[in-house]
Design a protein around this ligand. Sequence first.
Ligand SMILES: NC(=O)C1=CN([C@@H]2O[C@H](COP(=O)(O)OP(=O)(O)OC[C@H]3O[C@@H](n4cnc5c(N)ncnc54)[C@H](OP(=O)(O)O)[C@@H]3O)[C@@H](O)[C@H]2O)C=CC1
Ligand SMILES: Nc1nc2c(ncn2[C@@H]2O[C@H](COP(=O)(O)O)[C@@H](O)[C@H]2O)c(=O)[nH]1
Length: 327
Amino acid sequence: MDNVFDYENIQLIPARAIVNSRSECDTSVEFGGRRFKLPVVPANMQTIVDEKIAAYLAQNDYFYIMHRFQPEQRLGFVKDMQEQGLFASISVGIKPDEYEFVQQLADAGLVPEYITIDVAHGHSDGVINMIRHVKKLLPASFLIAGNVGTPEAVRELETAGADATKVGIGPGKVCITKIKTGFGTGGWQLAALRWCSKAATKPIIADGGIRTHGDIAKSVRFGASMVMIGSLFAGHEESPGETVERDGKRFKEYFGSASEFQKGEKKNVEGKKMFVEHKGALQDTLTEMEQDLQSSISYAGGDKLESIRHVDYVIVKNSIFNGDKVY
Ligand SMILES: NC(=O)C1=CN([C@@H]2O[C@H](COP(=O)(O)OP(=O)(O)OC[C@H]3O[C@@H](n4cnc5c(N)ncnc54)[C@H](OP(=O)(O)O)[C@@H]3O)[C@@H](O)[C@H]2O)C=CC1
Ligand SMILES: Nc1nc2c(ncn2[C@@H]2O[C@H](COP(=O)(O)O)[C@@H](O)[C@H]2O)c(=O)[nH]1
């Protein structure tokens, strides 16, 4: 690795605008055979997405990935979504039950449009074997595999049959992997994304560490086709996390998928729980993300998302925030 940096160390350099209004800029992206309004997907976590949010996103041309923490509901979920004419996008793990679940889907003739293999350490035989199993039984599903943090891992998962890989080990807001294990891409996620994307021949999802809307444009610049976001989606009215009130202010809970709260036990805990400020309706955030990304595209000197991919950038030694608060 040559240059090591993260989101807060990068500024993209503006180019001459070709549009007269930011509204002319198109933020949509093709991913897995469908076109979505934004290159953004809320994290497949229990306090971020539920069936209702999934249906809303699919109906409104946004990508979603349902989490895997209510495993018995997944088959019905795929059926329900497809009966409504919506795409089904689910997550699986790699334990023996998950092999049976994939078999059940195939036996029932249910083919989710998207399947994500969601485990902490994706560069493993466990994930490679599951990729092969899914590709054998459900070859028409678009298969995302992760998480990984190296070019070797991206290549191996792609070779095994993954249609896309998910990059990010430990940069998440409720992640404690970096502290508890000493490993991961925490603190240099954007550089890791750049490193991985140079090796990738298929799309990459950048996962974790997004703290501002500008970080979406930076992810696209450094090779992401899609950006997975947890904390920025945690505080909405619709968010499944519990709402609490403190000193007259409303907050919503956001916990890690490897936290004690998710697991129900204190074993291999690599996640924590926090409370984020309540921030209104989900659609307002999606709209603001679209407007901010339209602005990013205009600064890139284009009118399509792709124009961000080739802009110049500088590495700022400390933090671009220089003590400023984001909001
Ligand atoms: N993106 C990230 O940085 C991280 C994300 N997470 C999220 O937390 C959730 C739980 O993840 P996970 O614990 O993988 O899920 P599971 O508990 O379902 O574990 C999946 C399988 O992988 C094995 N496994 C887990 N970690 C490792 C490892 N480091 N080395 C070898 N084998 C391993 C587990 O065995 P065993 O339990 O016996 O080791 C188990 O068989 C997921 O949603 C995941 O995305 C968790 C940590 C980091
Ligand atoms: N190390 C852990 N990572 C986790 C856990 N639960 C989720 N995640 C990852 O975080 C991102 C979201 O990051 P954010 O910065 O946008 O909030 C999510 O998509 C997972 O990859 C966990 O318990 N431990």
